[in-house]
Design a protein around this ligand. Sequence first.
Ligand SMILES: Nc1ncnc2c1ncn2[C@@H]1O[C@H](COP(=O)(O)OP(=O)(O)O)[C@@H](O)[C@H]1O
Ligand SMILES: [Mg+2]
Length: 252
Amino acid sequence: MEKQILTTKNVKLSYGDFEALHGIDLAFNEHEITALIGPSGCGKSTYLRCLNRMNDQIDGVNISGEFKLHDTDIYGENTDVVELRKHIGMVFQQPNPFPMSIYDNVVFGLRVAGVRDKAKLDEAVQTALKQAAIWDEVKDKLDQNALALSGGQQQRICIARALAVSPDVLLLDEPTSALDPHSSRQIEATLLQLKEQYTIITVTHNLQQAARIADRTAFFLQGDLIEAASTKQIFMNPEHEQTRDFITGRFG
Ligand SMILES: Nc1ncnc2c1ncn2[C@@H]1O[C@H](COP(=O)(O)OP(=O)(O)O)[C@@H](O)[C@H]1O
Ligand SMILES: [Mg+2]
């Protein structure tokens, strides 16, 4: 029986007068990859960003519902957002390494958390870069600027940076859509390895990618969750007509 690590209930989000999420119930199993799919503008990124409170700062935003990581209330009064993001890391569509060395990128979060011990930082760099499947490519140039790397390498550096603080959950918003097919496949392979240790939630507009890597798939449409199930079921035998139409390319 899978263990749910992150649960959300009746999630609503409005940007001013516009309600972008209408009440989403969705939970995530530990050590699985869940793909969020649906046509552009249906609320995938909005929902994903709620999970580590990335929408908090937007003017006029109103968020309600229940969000729990284990037993912690993500929006609880006593929840520290910086602490929360150590548990729920995020990787964006456009690789965004900081303009600093590969090494400094990867240890950024640890340094913010006050870690100064050189041996500890060295070890964390190696572990995170290995997990992100880029160690062999960069181990001899850790002091080079991360911005000098290719897009695919930059994205794996961003994954390493997110992993270095040992999160439980990794959120990715279309992590491969800015990458060439080869780099995309490398990221996919990396994610498949990472799920042994992490819980992964990824937005993708690439249905083949969802089919290749996701254990579960959630289909969003205009601010509603239409259905969430095993990826096999979503693709082979969805419960809803709208899901079938989307999967078969009738819209989207
Ligand atoms: N910061 C924002 N302010 C106002 N509306 C927004 C904002 N971000 C997204 N939206 C709107 O919310 C809806 C969902 O957007 P989004 O979550 O980005 O969709 P998706 O990621 O599925 O393409 C869209 O109608 C979009 O225009
Ligand atoms: Mg989006």
